[in-house]
Design a binder for this molecule. Sequence first.
Ligand code: TXA
Ligand code: MG
Length: 323
Amino acid sequence: MYICSTMLNIGQNLEKARKILKNGGLVAIPTETVYGLAANAYNMDAVARIFEVKKRPYFDPLIVHTHGLIEAAEFVESIPEKAVKLAESFWPGPLTLLLSKKDIISDLVTAGMERVAIRVPNHNLTYQLLESIDFPLVAPSANPFGYVSPTTAIHVEKQLGSEIDYILDGGDCHIGIESTIIGFDEDQTVIYRLGGLEKEQVEACVGKVILRPHSSSNPQAPGMLLSHYAPVKKILTGDIVELTKTNPGSKIGILRFQPSLETRNEYPEIILSKTGDLREAAKNLFASLRKMDEMDIDLIIAETVPNKGLGLAINDRLKRASS
Ligand code: TXA
Ligand code: MG
C-alpha cells in the first residue's frame, strides 16, 4: 500500500502536536477564525523559524495564544477593566487584546512593542492542546506572508506542508476571518483590526469604540499592511456591472455576495452566501478567493457587502486584497 508521506503530517494526534511544540517544532493549529502556525512562545529559535517559514518581516508581531484570562495574566502587567469585560464575554473566541507585556514575552514576539497581543481561540482540539502544555503558543495565520489566511488543513498543506512539522486537522474554520484586535488608548476602546468579533458586539459590551484600522502608516500595528490579504490574481472591488464594463479585455471571474438577477452566466462566478448571510459569507471568503486564484481568469471582480456586522471585516479584507 502506498501512503503519501505528506499525509502522515496531517491528523488529529494531540500527543504528537504537543511533543513537536515542546521540542521547538512548528504545528499548524485549527481555530474558529483561521488556521494558525504555532510555536512555543518561549522558544526563540522556534519563534524565529515562524518568521522564516512565512517569509514574514520581523517588524510584524505575533499573537500569543493561551487558554484563559488567568493564564493571560501571567504575560501582562495589568488588564484594564474593559479588557476583563471583553475577555469574560468573548473568550474563548475571535477577540485579540493588546495589553502591556511582562518581560517573559520577548521582543521578538512583539516586534519590540510594549504591548502583546493575546487571544484564547475557540476550537476544541486547540483548546485541549493549550490546556495540556505549560507554555503559550505564538500563532500567526498559517499562510505565506501577504497571502489570504487558510481556513482548512488542506490550504495549509498546499502552501506550507513541506516546511512544517505537523498539521492538526480540525476541519473547516467556523468563522473564517481573523480575530478582531482591540487595544485601549487611555479609556478609549480601539479596534485595530476588524475581524470575527462584530463591532456591534464589542460596543454592546463596553460602549463606543474607535476604529483605527491598520495601515502601513500605523505604528501601533506595523504588520497590518494595506495589501495584506491579496491573492495572486488582480482583484477589483466595487460595482460588478460597472467594473465588467470598464475591463472589457480581461478574463473575468466574479465574486458575489449573494445571488442576483443580473447574473447572465457570462463570467464564472462564486457566490459567498445563497441567503445573503454575512456570517456565511465571511466563512466562505478566503476559500473562495483561493478557488478564484486557481481558475482560468486574470481578473477577480468582487462586490462589496453591506457594511455592518461581519460585513465590516469582509469589506476590509476585500479592500486590502485589491490594493
Ligand atoms: O484569528 C487570528 O487572529 C489568527 C489565528 C491563528 O489566531 N491569527 C492571526 O495572526 O491572524 P496574524 O499574525 O496573521 O495577524 C496578527 C496581526 C498582525 O497584523 C500583527 O501586526 C498584529 O496582529 N499584532 C500582533 N501583535 C501585535 C502587537 N503587539 N501590537 C500590535 N499589533 C499586533
Ligand atoms: Mg495573517
